[in-house]
Design a protein around this ligand. Sequence first.
Ligand code: DP6
Length: 403
Amino acid sequence: VAAAMAAERGPAMATCTAPVNIAVIKYWGKRDTDLILPINSSLSVTLHQDQLKTTTTAAASRDFTEDRLWLNGKEADVGHPRVQACLREVRRLARKRRGGGEDTAALSLSYKIHIASENNFPTAAGLASSAAGYACLVSALARLYGLEEELSEVARRGSGSACRSMFGGFVQWQRGERPDGTDSLALQVAPETHWPELRVLVLVVSGEKKPVGSTVGMQTSVETSPLLKHRAEVVVPERLAQMMRHIRDRDFEGFGQLAMRDSNQFHATCLDTFPPIFYLTDLSRHIIALAHRYNAHHGHTKVAYTFDAGPNAVIFALADTVAEFVEVVRRSFPPATNGDRFVRGLPVGSAALSPELVAAVVTEPVPGAVQYILHTKPGPGPQLVDDPSQHLLGADGLPRSRA
Ligand code: DP6
């Protein structure tokens, strides 16, 4: 009778969404590869989920016979060590919370779970999706088991940068000192409302896959790059303090310059790695030069670029600069086919470029090199989805057919 009732009720379920983040002081290198403990602290901006988000449903039922995972509708390996680490840690915390006592109302920790996760952006676009993915997995599992504590330490076990996606706005991942990693966690530096004029443009480039994944790449850097060691020991501690001040003061000049310098130093450590790793491409360098010409024309920092372990460029700007810079990008990389969908996300006004600006900044256009521009801004951390019709899993515990 109990089993029939449980089946009738269907599985226990929780759905959350989580954001992507982009680092302005980069994380590159681990001191502990198993616990994912970094060699330096890092700092990022959480991007708005209206444009980029992961949604994850976690379900548990006595009727499930094995743990299962679906990514964007396709079944994936639930045995992946990092997925398992997150699952294990959440279950451990749930067990600890219950203090060993038998809470009959609580969801049994022995039930198998089903997880379905999907992105509201094309995975092929090469936008950092593992950070949002693991932050979302941990948020949904925490809800399922009724955990209320701060869980960036658990998300970190999925992917280092994922711990920063557990908060909105401006987020620091402090490296911590302890060997067990209990002090290596994310802290919000300022909420997403702190700097209302700040905007983000993701230049999605017509892309190939990245040559070396960040997990493998950064370990080769740790083993071979003296510049990375210097960066972690000397440069980052100073820059982190500076960056916190620039954010506090909403100083775009300082923020933008430091973001560009830190992106460049990260890519310099990649070149200093042996054998070297190349994430920047001719197109990245083209975009970097364009940003510098644009800033030089205006006589101050109006736009700031940053690049991760892939070819897409992320540009920071203040709202009053967006329309003009988007037009500069459109002229510099004339869209091949999808001219109407070249700009996506938040609306962008139109801007007329002065002949002086065009002459100084738009040199040698490269048609079709930028696929589209995604206009977004800083946003909040993971959210609970209350509406049960939004669950990605049906009452049978299987992915709902997607429209
Ligand atoms: C260049 O977090 O993807 O984006 O911890 O091995 O999963 P793992 O690496 P990951 O590395 C991100 C590196 C970066 C810089 C950053 O986001 O800080």
